[in-house]
Design a protein around this ligand. Structure first.
Ligand code: NAD
Ligand code: UDP
Length: 322
């Protein structure tokens, strides 16, 4: 039984990761400042003797005896990470520095949740790990993009200078149950809007693309990445390689509304009353994104299993149940 720390453990991905690690028989400590996470995501673990929750900001030093650290703490939705950009940058850089020091002091292994945003608005498509990216260092997304890039730098320098065992995973857009209804990212926005009969807000013309990974596939990829040999640090892309325009996503969500409503036993399961409306495209919004996952396929023997229709059905059923 290992003692495993999950920072951001009350968030969307962090809480699912806690479930997975507990199912593997480990002792799990979740640390979270509840900025975008919620105690609701981990309330089912409150009585579990192998689980502990500590409310703390990772920018503050932390000392715990642990064997492994999954560093997921950081707001991930543009509206939330742009709310307090200085804090976002500090969380990635100072927070990751604190977690690396903790790993160093206790001989622990650390996995860093990096992001496809390190590629910025990519000019290489699909994105391979060897691509250095195309990032605006002074724009409204920079606090997140450059913060995560700085965190990767710290991980690799701790490996070179102190021999620390680190793993860097670059996560591409992931969605599913436990996303906060007001999270602000595109899947939860469209699903919540569609289920409420509100119009779906497509930013710009909706021709920008993303590749959507269901959370269960992503958690499997993260877990497998931590088990790789000590001399493997990545970075490694984790995401679903099937690419959609945002307009296609909006149309798919609208198509699935009648069966979601019918599935919940409610009357009136005809076509959605929502329409698609266009809103201003935010600055520096990447025009295309799709992971090349050859490395993950080779090193982890991992390929996502859940395609968008199935994942959306499950996600919509979850939001309907709230
Ligand atoms: P989330 O917002 O649900 O989870 C982030 C968690 O970190 C929240 O519980 C929040 O309260 C906590 N947190 C934020 N700042 C903190 C701080 N300073 N100290 C302690 N806790 C703090 O988002 P998520 O989608 O679960 O993202 C988890 C991680 O995965 C993030 O690091 C994010 O950058 C990364 N990631 C996610 C995606 C995705 O599509 N979901 C894509 C790329 C990267
Ligand atoms: N988007 C949108 N409507 C929304 C929310 C997002 O059209 O209500 C677009 C956004 O402009 C971006 C894409 O959907 O092009 C994905 O946005 P998200 O915030 O989910 O993640 P990103 O990949 O941009 O970090």
């Amino acid at each position: 039984m290992k003692r495993v720390l999950v920072t951001g453990g009350a968030g969307f991905l962090g809480s699912h990761l806690c479930d997975r690690l507990l199912a593997e028989g480990h002792l799990v400590i979740a640390v979270d400042n509840l900025h975008t996470g919620s105690l609701k995501n981990i309330e089912h673990l409150a009585q579990n003797p192998h689980f502990e929750f500590i409310e703390q900001d990772i920018c503050e030093p932390l000392d715990l005896q642990v064997d492994e650290i999954y560093n997921l703490a950081c707001p991930a939705s543009p509206i939330h990470y742009q709310e307090n950009p200085i804090r976002t940058f500090e969380t990635s850089v100072l927070g990751t520095r604190n977690m690396l020091l903790l790993a160093k002091n206790h001989g622990a292994k650390l996995l860093q949740a990096s992001t496809s945003e390190v590629y910025g608005d990519p000019q290489v498509h699909p994105q391979v790990e060897s691509y250095w990216g195309h990032v605006n260092p002074i724009g409204i997304r920079s606090c997140y993009d450059e913060g995560k890039r700085g965190a990767e730098t710290l991980c690799f320098d701790f490996r070179r200078v102190h021999g620390l065992r680190v793993k860097v995973v670059r996560i591409f857009n992931t969605y599913g149950p436990r996303m906060h209804p007001q999270d602000g990212r595109v899947v939860s926005n469209f699903v919540v809007q569609a289920l409420k009969g509100q119009d779906l807000t497509v930013y710009g013309q909706g021709q920008q693309t993303r590749s959507f990974c269901y959370y269960s596939d992503l958690i499997e990829g993260i877990y497998l990445s931590m088990q790789t040999p000590d001399d493997f640090s990545g970075p490694i892309n984790l995401g679903n390689p099937h690419e959609f325009t945002i307009l296609e996503l909006a149309k798919k969500v609208l198509e699935l509304v009648p069966e979601t409503v019918a599935g919940s036993g409610e009357a009136g399961s005809q076509a959605s009353v929502s329409k698609i409306v266009h809103r201003e495209l935010p600055a520096d919004d990447p025009t295309q994104r799709r992971p090349n996952i050859s490395l993950a396929q080779k090193v982890l023997d991992w390929t996502p299993q859940v395609e968008l229709d199935e994942g959306l059905r499950k996600t919509m059923a979850y939001f309907k149940s709230l």
